[in-house]
Design a protein around this ligand. Structure first.
Ligand SMILES: *[C@@H]1O[C@H](CO)[C@@H](O)[C@H](O)[C@H]1NC(C)=O
Length: 336
């Protein structure tokens, strides 16, 4: 109840302040502040004319989708925006005839279907992420958003889950995992813990949403090693790995293309020079250039042998499949 009255009071004070153009006393919380002389360019979802800035802000404040408003004093244009200066700093411009203001009553980006981000990274950048979990995204701005799992905490955050297998019961390895080329089907199925996206869909996601890094994790208790790496965010070695899993058949160089993450204690990750078949220091396996290559031996240490495989009925994590997985064992792949 207190929160309700504070919100209402704060809102009324704020309106009074805007209409009277007077400085405001903070009542219960910071309800945002208008910025004279600034405009956010683009990202409109609605544009109309309003007799005053107060009226324009009022319209914005009534719509949870409205993230901010830009009012143009000379034309009286009132632009309701899907973004804020925090999420799109590059699009803020000085304009003496404009006033910019964020909507303190907006729904946080990604928290509802009405306010999707374009990716997990986009939601993280907006400053409105609320830890790991489900978020709404709409990479192509299609008006048809879907819910995905984002890891917002690890290694800089902004990671979108592409695939995961968790050994939930002793029968899990016999479950048929779902796989398709439709990222709209696979990504929202994150709670099934047994799904993967085929290569054409992965390539489509790259074109629609964009990503530059892949992160692969696994842990199999009977083997007792964590495998955890992320590809480098660069335009050469790391980018060639992303190309190999989306659009090219050139097996890219392994060494120098990824970083081992702090919890990695696998033998696979320290032997990049021996990955590959028939040539070494390569990602992939020359006889397995299939559309599930990201999940079926993306890296092969043939001489030992040790593999990574997130595709039933065999799940390998720094081992040669002589060890059965146990409950709790986890494989997952993220991109950002
Ligand atoms: C590797 O790390 C995991 C998780 O911390 C741990 O359970 C395991 O014992 C480690 N293995 C070795 C060989 O150090």
């Amino acid at each position: 109840m207190v929160v309700f009255w504070c919100t209402l009071l704060g809102f009324m004070f704020h309106l009074a302040e805007i209409l009277a153009d007077q400085p405001r006393n903070d009542v219960c919380q910071d309800t945002g502040r208008e910025e004279f002389g600034w405009a956010l360019i683009g990202h409109d979802y609605k544009s109309s004319t309003a007799e005053s800035f107060g009226r324009c802000f009022f319209d914005c404040s009534l719509d949870e989708k409205c993230q901010s408003t830009t009012f143009l004093w000379n034309t009286k244009e009132c632009k309701l925006k899907k973004e804020t200066r925090t999420s799109r700093p590059i699009d803020m411009e000085q304009n003496p005839a404009a006033t910019y203001m964020e909507n303190p009553y907006r729904a946080k980006k990604g928290s509802k279907a009405s306010v999707p981000g374009s990716s997990c990274k986009d939601i993280l950048t907006s400053g409105e992420a609320q830890g790991n979990g489900g978020y709404w995204i709409d990479p192509t701005d299609s008006g048809d958003p879907f819910k995905v799992f984002c890891d917002m905490n690890s290694y800089g955050g902004g990671w979108l889950l592409i695939s995961r297998f968790i050994m939930e019961t002793s029968d899990s390895i016999n479950d048929i995992s779902s796989s398709t080329d439709s990222y709209r089907t696979i990504l929202p199925a994150y709670a099934s813990n047994s799904q993967y996206l085929l290569r054409n869909g992965f390539n489509q996601l790259k074109q629609d949403m964009g990503f530059t890094q892949i992160r692969l994790y696994c842990f199999k208790k009977t083997r007792g090693r964590v495998f955890h790496i992320m590809t480098k965010e660069d335009d050469t070695k790391g980018a060639n790995v992303v190309k190999f899993f989306t659009s090219s058949n050139n097996m890219p160089k392994a060494c120098g293309s990824f970083s081992r993450l702090p919890d990695d204690n696998s033998s696979l990750a320290v032997h990049c020079d021996k990955w590959g078949y028939p040539n070494t220091d390569r990602w992939g396996h020359g006889n397995m250039l299939t559309d599930s290559r990201l999940f079926s031996r993306p890296m092969t240490l043939a001489s030992v042998p040790r593999f990574y495989r997130l595709k039933g009925p065999k799940y390998q994590c720094d081992d040669n499949d002589e060890l059965n997985p146990s409950i709790g064992d986890t494989w997952q792949v993220f991109v950002r």
